[in-house]
Design a protein around this ligand. Structure first.
Ligand SMILES: Cc1ncc(C[n+]2csc(CCO)c2C)c(N)n1
Length: 223
């Protein structure tokens, strides 16, 4: 049987192609992306990463074995300390103050996506949690790798973004997540496989919606 991660990637191909073709992603790749769109993305993504960290913690707690537990604990550490630090340094470069970042509230897309991720962890089993988490990592890896192949843009900030997500370390992490998905997938019943497929599709749609949110500058009035 076809490995589960390949079946999932193929089921979501239309959504993933739409991500590659999205003007926000293309603009990152050729350096033409408006700084205001990137500023919105980074502020919302910072909030996304906080909730994503909770997801990693839940994944560690529910992991089927020690090795998987250790990897998710590492991912939690990386996200909280490396990835979020990098976002904070981007903010400084882009003129977003700490106070502004603290005041930022989740836009509906960010809220919907993170609620969905945490719901998958709370209500679903480990396979569903993993399927919901996979498009976040794999999508960024595929986008970063493709953009790196076409050459880095002049814009230093966007070039750094692409270098990070096309790095060897990140590619290896995704390879491990896919392997884990394939192993777990080999033992799933038909109904469980369907739930896993749904989770992967929903997260893939939210990944696309996240680009769209930043591109169309979906800002919300402060209360
Ligand atoms: C909306 C959105 N989706 C996926 C990622 C990618 N991502 C999430 S956590 C993490 C690294 C963990 O160390 C990465 C690469 C993102 N940043 N924002």
């Amino acid at each position: 049987m076809i490995p589960l991660s390949d079946a999932l990637r193929s089921a979501a191909d239309g959504i993933w192609q739409a991500q590659h073709n999205h003007p926000f992603v293309r603009g990152l790749g050729d350096g033409s992306l408006d700084a205001a769109a990137f500023r919105l993305w980074i502020r919302q993504d910072y909030l996304f990463l906080i909730e994503y960290s909770r997801l990693c913690a839940l994944a560690a707690a529910r992991a089927p074995d020690l090795e998987t537990m250790r990897r998710f604990a590492e991912l939690l550490h990386e996200t909280l300390n490396v990835e979020m630090d990098l976002h904070r340094s981007y903010c400084t470069e882009l003129g977003i103050t700490e106070a502004e970042l603290e005041r930022e509230e989740r836009a509906p897309t960010t809220q919907g996506y993170t609620d969905f991720l945490l719901r998958s962890a709370a209500v679903g089993d480990f396979a569903e949690l993993l399927a919901a988490l996979l498009p976040c990592m794999w999508g960024f890896s595929e986008i970063g790798t493709r953009l790196a192949e076409t050459g880095l843009p002049q814009n230093q900030g966007y070039a750094k973004w692409i270098s990070m997500y096309s790095s060897r370390e990140f590619t290896d992490l995704v390879a491990w997540l896919r392997e884990l998905t394939n192993e777990i997938g080999a033992e799933l019943s038909g109904a469980a496989r369907e739930r896993v497929r749904n989770a992967f599709m929903i997260s893939s749609r939210y990944e696309l919606a996240f680009w769209e949110m930043a591109w169309t500058r979906q800002e919300w009035p402060a209360h």
